[in-house]
Design a protein around this ligand. Structure first.
Ligand code: SIN
Ligand code: CO
Length: 381
């Protein structure tokens, strides 16, 4: 287990003073940091079809981006190159442990663990991200500069896929050593170049924008064949100008659209599916012999059993109208409120003992739901 310390701040002090406000250098956030994998293992992951990876090179200031999977690593030269692998928490249980210390932030906001390996001089260049990130320094050292958000900062379009920006004044300028962590809020320009071969672990967060939310909600209502109410105007009167859309009519259209967002059941079921949807493939290995509900009841009654949650699983819940809407990897399950403590255990923790689930062992709906989750390989024992 990794134990996080934030420069002597409590988690609440960090949230109040820094989260989404200003960058922070956390010296020795992890004392005696042990890398969960090495560069060879990372390269192995980058050879897999189902894992998203890139190699970025900056030889003689010529920035190039190459997309995996990679058959060989000729591009990963001894200088000025970086290999980046996305969503490693889905594939590597030991690396997934690095997300755990950051779960004091609501879990629906956490996205994935990206790992990079850079050779001296290697980095992705000056850029900004639209989401918060904690960058942990593993093996090696890397020189980082971080600035404050600046709307006038121009994009620097040498390689469009890298979304680089022009040079910026730094408020943090430091050489990260193993166990040091940088917290970078959205919109803060940053750049990091390896001083020696370096592994970096980025805990990324999700911050959906209105465009994505609305288009995703529209897909949901199409899927559910909801939103059938039409515009009506029984009180219409003759008017002088026929070409005008009157402001009351514009308001009525807006209200018609808002009414569907006010449908609480539709909204929350959509929210659960969308926020729990993994963005990357999962390493699902369903059991060969499927469990029956009776077998799962017996498993829950066996105090020795420990259930583990598959890496990358997004497990969230909402409580409304005396029910719980449990959302796992894009699927919703409705459970009675009496299962709340069991649901909290499944969503707040990556492992749970059968003994802890005891309070729900006689809940038919809970046992059925957990049977489905075990049969899909999302929890296993
Ligand atoms: C990296 O590890 O090279 C990239 C991390 C970042 O800048 O977001
Ligand atoms: Co970044």
């Amino acid at each position: 287990m990794y134990q996080l310390t934030i420069n002597g701040l409590t988690e609440q002090q960090f949230l109040t003073q820094y989260w989404q406000k200003q960058p922070l250098l956390i010296k020795q956030g992890f004392v005696e940091f042990a890398d969960p994998l090495d560069a060879n293992e990372l390269a192995g992951l980058a050879m897999e079809e189902s894992i998203e990876s890139r190699i970025i090179t900056n030889q003689n200031n010529d920035w190039q981006a190459h997309h995996g999977p990679f058959e060989n690593f000729e591009l990963l030269t001894e200088q000025n190159s970086t290999l980046l692998v996305q969503a490693v928490d889905h594939w590597h249980p030991a690396a997934a442990q690095l997300l755990e210390p950051f779960r004091f932030i609501p879990n629906w906001r956490i996205d994935d663990l990206m790992i990079s390996f850079s050779t001296p001089g290697g980095g992705v260049g000056p850029h900004l991200d639209q989401y918060d990130v904690f960058i942990i320094q593993g093996e090696g050292k890397r020189h980082w500069r971080v600035g404050m958000p600046d709307a006038s900062l121009k994009q620097f379009a040498q390689n469009k896929s890298l979304l680089q920006v022009e040079q910026f004044p730094a408020v943090i300028d430091c050489i990260l050593e193993p166990g040091d962590i940088l917290y970078i809020p959205p919109g803060c320009p940053h750049e990091g170049y390896a001083v020696e071969n370096a592994l970096n672990y980025s805990i990324g967060f999700r911050a959906p924008n209105q465009r994505d939310l609305l288009s995703n909600f529209a897909d949901h209502i199409i899927d559910k064949e909801a939103g059938n109410k039409r515009y009506q105007d029984p009180a219409i009167t003759l008017r002088e100008s026929k070409g005008e859309i009157q402001s009351t009519e514009a308001d009525n259209v807006k209200q018609l659209m808002q009414a569907i967002l006010e449908d609480d059941i539709l909204f929350k079921s959509w929210l659960g599916t969308t926020l729990s949807q993994p963005k990357h493939e999962m390493d699902l290995m369903p059991p060969e012999d499927l469990f029956s509900s009776e077998q799962v009841s017996e498993l829950i009654a066996d105090d020795e059993i420990i259930f583990e949650r598959l890496g990358g699983t997004r497990a969230l819940y909402q409580v409304f109208e005396n029910e719980i809407l449990l959302s796992i990897n894009g699927e919703n399950y409705t459970l009675p409120e009496s299962d709340l403590s069991a649901v909290k255990l499944l969503t707040d923790h990556t492992t749970v003992t059968a003994e802890q689930l005891n309070s729900s062992k006689n809940s038919l709906l809970f046992v059925q739901t957990f049977t489905t989750l075990l049969n899909e390989g999302i929890w296993f024992c």
